[in-house]
Each structure stands twice: as structure tokens, then as C-alpha cells.
Ligand binder design. Sequence first.
Ligand SMILES: Nc1ncnc2c1ncn2[C@@H]1O[C@H](COP(=O)(O)OP(=O)(O)OP(=O)(O)O)[C@@H](O)[C@H]1O
Ligand code: SF4
Ligand SMILES: [Mg+2]
Length: 320
Amino acid sequence: MTALVQAAALGKTFAGGVRAVDGVDLAIAQGETLGLVGESGCGKSTLARVLIRLIEPDAGALTFRDRDITHLPDRAMRALRRDMGIVFQDPFGSLNPRMTVGQLIAEPMWIHGIGDRAARRARVPELLGLVGLLPEHASRYPHEFSGGQRQRIAIARALATEPAFLVCDEPTSALDVSIQAQVLNLLRDLQERLGLACLFVSHNLAAVRHMAPRVAVMYLGRIVEEAARDRLFAAPQHPYTQALLSAASEPGSERRTRIVLKGEVPSPANPPSGCRFRTRCPRAVSRCAEEEPQLAEVAPGQRVACHFPGALRPEELSAP
Ligand SMILES: Nc1ncnc2c1ncn2[C@@H]1O[C@H](COP(=O)(O)OP(=O)(O)OP(=O)(O)O)[C@@H](O)[C@H]1O
Ligand code: SF4
Ligand SMILES: [Mg+2]
């Protein structure tokens, strides 16, 4: 499997010393969807933006189509950008209210010099159709649409340049619950139909499970576990993944005991020594404070960054 997007020890530290992304290794193959899940502030959006170089990394290496783009200058990046799309959480903020839907969808093609004016104009109704909107919507303005429809417009815009890699950063979190499933299904459909590689970011485990055959779990700037979806949900090995799944499961819906996590999420500007999860981990021992666990394969395709991976025992679950 050759990766379309590959990150090696990738990092991004913001002013103030916030290590939002800190030593991330991951690979996404052509046509593959990787889900990225974790609590608020763990660095999902920063990682997503670094992967398409909306943010320049300050550690590690990033390749796209086997080309090193870690520090590729803006001018060279611009040509690559047509191969990368992003759908943001907020379909209100991401669409210029002064442009018509047709202009919004044609703009990326114009920016990248794709087709002439007539060709771009002809492509707009096709893209509208792709996302379940109508040709006559092209002459309207974003405020005339509902949140779900605006997100469809944002998706059409992201797909206008026929990217190979699409980042979806909480694409349905701002939408009414009643229409979230429609937009998720549309995205999954398009991903399959167009053979897109996709990073699907969400704090919602159910959405990630619906969308992504492979899932990575992030905690305080690092990937702590990565596995095929079915394996991750059936046999999570990192204590944090188990805590996340347990917190999300409906009482009675699964045979999983609820794990109550101790303590607050530590500051990403000053993460705990050794394993970052140790201040909340029911299994932590002194080694966890001294030695940082690296991602290692514990089962085929399942990688875990923990010195003591495996299902938590009942006495660990009832730890104070
Ligand atoms: N431009 C920035 N400047 C300084 N700090 C930032 C910036 N962007 C993000 N951060 C910090 O980096 C950390 C990671 O933020 P990020 O937005 O990537 O998390 P997230 O997992 O996407 O969270 P959420 O689920 O709330 O969207 C947070 O501590 C955040 O405050
Ligand atoms: S390394 Fe130690 S503290 Fe970290 S998750 Fe594993 S057991 Fe818990
Ligand atoms: Mg985010």
C-alpha cells in the first residue's frame, strides 16, 4: 500500500508553547478514509490542517504523493492545493455571503486555472447535482439556505478541483441532529464514488464509526491507538480508547462498564512526562512517568502507544 499522505514524527507548536501536534505518524492511502477522534483540544484540527499544509509543521516530515511537502514554499504549494480539499465545521463562516452559490463553487476552479469561463460555468450544475442540490440554486446566496444545504455547498466547493484528498473537520457538528446523518451519508457516498482519500475528524465516535474503516485516537497531540474500525470498537487496547468508548456507550447498549476518568486534561503547553495519559490512567505505574510509550503493533493493523496495553480489569475500572 503506497500512501497518498504520510506523516512522520509530525509536530506543530503554537506560540505559548502549546504542542498541539507532537510526533504524529500516520499514513492515508489513495481512496482510503481514516477517522480521527479525541476530546476537544487534543489537536485534531491542527493535525488536519497541517496534513494539507494550511499550517506549516515545525517538526517531522510530511509527504504527499511521495513528494516531501513539509516546508514546500507557498508558491509550489498553491499548485498542489487543487489536489486537497477541506470541509470545515461551520458552513456559515466558510462561505463568503456576498458570492452566489455558482460563484462560490466556480471560484476554486478559477483560482487553479481549471477550464475556461464557459467550462467552469458548465461544471457548476454538475457539482450541485453531485451534492443533491439543484441547478437553479447557483444564482442564490448562502443565506438563503439551511445549515445542511450550506454544508452541501461547501462540499461541492471542496470537490470542484477534483481533489484526491479531502479533509472533513467535524463536518456535521454544527448541524441539526436530524440532518447530520444525511450529510454523513452524502460524504460517504462521494468518498466511495470518487475514490477520495479522506481524513474524517470528529469527537463523535458514532460518526467516526459510520464513516471510517480505520480509526486513529488522539490524546494531547499524539496518536495513542490506531486500528481497523471493527477491531478498535470490539477490542480497544489503550486505556484512553477504552475510556472514550465507555463514556460514549449508552447505558445497557453494550456490555461495557463505564470508566470514569480521573482528573482534567493536562495543558498541552506542559504535558505530563513519559506517557501523557498517565495522570488519568487507572493503570499508570512509575515507568509511565519515566518513559514515553511509542506506537507499537499489538495485533495485525492495531498499533497502541502504551507500556501495558490490554483490556482494563474490573479492579482498574473501580480505581478512585
Ligand atoms: N492558532 C492557534 N494558536 C495557539 N494555539 C492554538 C491555535 N490553534 C489551536 N491551538 C491550541 O492547540 C490545541 C489543539 O487545538 P485543536 O483546535 O487542534 O484541537 P481539536 O482537537 O480540533 O479541538 P476541538 O475538538 O475543540 O475542535 C488547543 O490547546 C488549542 O487551544
Ligand atoms: S503507558 Fe502507562 S499511563 Fe500510559 S496508557 Fe499505558 S498504562 Fe496508562
Ligand atoms: Mg477541532
